[in-house]
Write a protein that binds this ligand. Sequence first.
Ligand code: GLA
Length: 378
Amino acid sequence: MSAVAETFASRHGSAPTGVWFAPGRVNLIGEHTDYNDGFVLPFALPQRAVVAAAPASGARSRVRSVQEPGAAVEFSAATVVPGEVPGWAAYVAGTCWAFREAGYPLGEVELELDSDVPVGAGLSSSAAVECAVGVALAGLAGSRIGPTELARIARRAENEFVGAPTGGMDQMASMHGREGRLVFLDTRDDRVELVPFDLPAHGLELLVVDTRAPHAHAGGEYGARRADCEAAAAALGVAALRDAGPQDLERIGDERIRRRARHVVTENARVLEVVRLLSGGADPRAIGPLLDASHTSMRDDFEITVPHVDVAVEAARDGGAAGARMTGGGFGGCVIALADTDRVPAVTAAVTAAYAERGWTEPVVFAGTPSPGAGRLL
Ligand code: GLA
């Protein structure tokens, strides 16, 4: 029995009906393209949120989290609306709300949550919770709901209940992930194609460097980038930046807006090129320069990097990585580095030394392994 099921049983005196999980994600490439109807290429991590769940005996739902000591948070799944539940439990209550709004049957529930997705690291710990709760609610109700529909419900919780104006990449990656595969997503129609990413077969590893730089995008900067992209699309007279090409950029008069658009347009092209290379069976080292170019574009055109991530990216390259970039929403979070397995110690040492030199908190480095998407554990 998983630890969270035991915790549930000891609190409630009976076993949960089931235990469900959903993973965090790393994005290989395609940053800030998802709310521009563009392309992304994330994969699901082995780190996951786990939910033990059962129908509630009383008239209210109760949720506890192993990470949030204290009393259970209570709400009514039947009536809860945005604004009613603050803090960490908003991800849970929000998913109940969005599930109900989508028209699926929902009773009151008892939930016990646990997660090993680092919080605030840009690895989608919140999407993991939303998706885990979503699959649990579907499981309890006996509803057969497809992964894309559940991802949309989870995203609605994030956007309309929690109030973070994100795109849909994180929830789609968490729902559609597969062992050894990347999730190539066209966010215009949510079409998913799984792309092989067998790094061990090529003697490679994808390192994830958690810079531990403070990171938050529910507020200002993320929304500001989104607004810049909308301004760019409006200036070009297109529905979304997905519909623009490099030749259109000179028609954008405002210099900052033009740079924002250039990031999105070139980033979409880089995603397609990475997919073309990997699907065609190329040596994954060939994507290194595209990872590097993505980082430069995020740093100079989109302006979403911070010194902690720029230093980690440069140190990883100096240590011998074939390519490196920031992953996720930006302003902190994680860096990924593609490295030959025998270069991993040198890359790790280079990043660690660069941080030590500056007196920064030591980063956490681990291997990112494409892992299964959300499902039932027990
Ligand atoms: C965050 C958001 C995603 C996406 C990325 C940037 O992770 O939740 O929707 O926009 O930033 O690519």
